[in-house]
Design a protein around this ligand. Structure first.
Ligand code: HEC
Length: 104
C-alpha cells in the first residue's frame, strides 16, 4: 500500500515544520517549496553553521537529496540542529519527499 506522505509528515515532522504558505518558521524552517530551493533558504529561520555552509556551497534540495537526508540527517550534515528526526523506512522517506515536492 502506498504510504500517505501528508499523514507521515503530520506525524513525524509537523511538530517542528510548517508547510503552509507564509507560515512563520516554528522550531524548524518552513518547508513549503523546499524541493528545488537551496539548502538553508527560509529567510526567516536562523540556520546552524553546517546548513549555512551548505547553502554557500551551492547545495539545493531535490527529492533524492531529501530521501538521503532523512535516512540519517546528522550523517549528511554533522552538527545539524534537527537531531535524529529522520525516517527509518525508505518507503516513508520517499512518501514524505514526494509530499513536500507537491507543497509549492
Ligand atoms: C524536533 C524538531 C524537528 C523535527 C521533528 C523535524 N525537523 Fe527538520 N529541521 C529541524 C530544525 C531545527 C532544522 C534546521 C536545522 C539546522 O539549522 O541545523 C531542520 C531542517 C530541516 C530541513 C532543511 C531545510 C532547509 O531549509 O534547508 C529539512 C528538509 C527538514 N528539516 C525536513 C524534515 C522532515 C521531512 C521531517 C520529518 C520526517 C523533519 N524535518 C523533522 C527540526 C525538526
Amino acid at each position: 500500500m502506498a504510504q500517505d506522505g501528508r499523514a507521515l509528515f503530520e506525524q513525524h515532522c509537523a511538530s517542528c515544520h510548517a508547510v503552509a504558505a507564509d507560515a512563520p518558521p516554528t522550531a524548524g524552517p518552513n518547508l513549503r517549496g523546499v524541493v528545488g530551493r537551496p539548502v538553508g533558504a527560509d529567510p526567516r529561520f536562523d540556520y546552524s553553521p553546517v546548513l549555512e555552509q551548505a547553502r554557500r556551497g551551492g547545495e539545493s534540495w531535490d527529492v533524492g537529496r531529501l530521501v538521503r537526508f532523512l535516512e540519517d540527517p546528522e550523517e549528511m550534515y554533522p552538527g545539524l540542529w534537527m537531531g535524529n528526526n529522520g525516517l527509518r523506512a525508505a518507503a516513508e522517506r520517499i512518501a514524505v519527499a514526494r509530499f513536500l515536492e507537491g507543497q509549492r
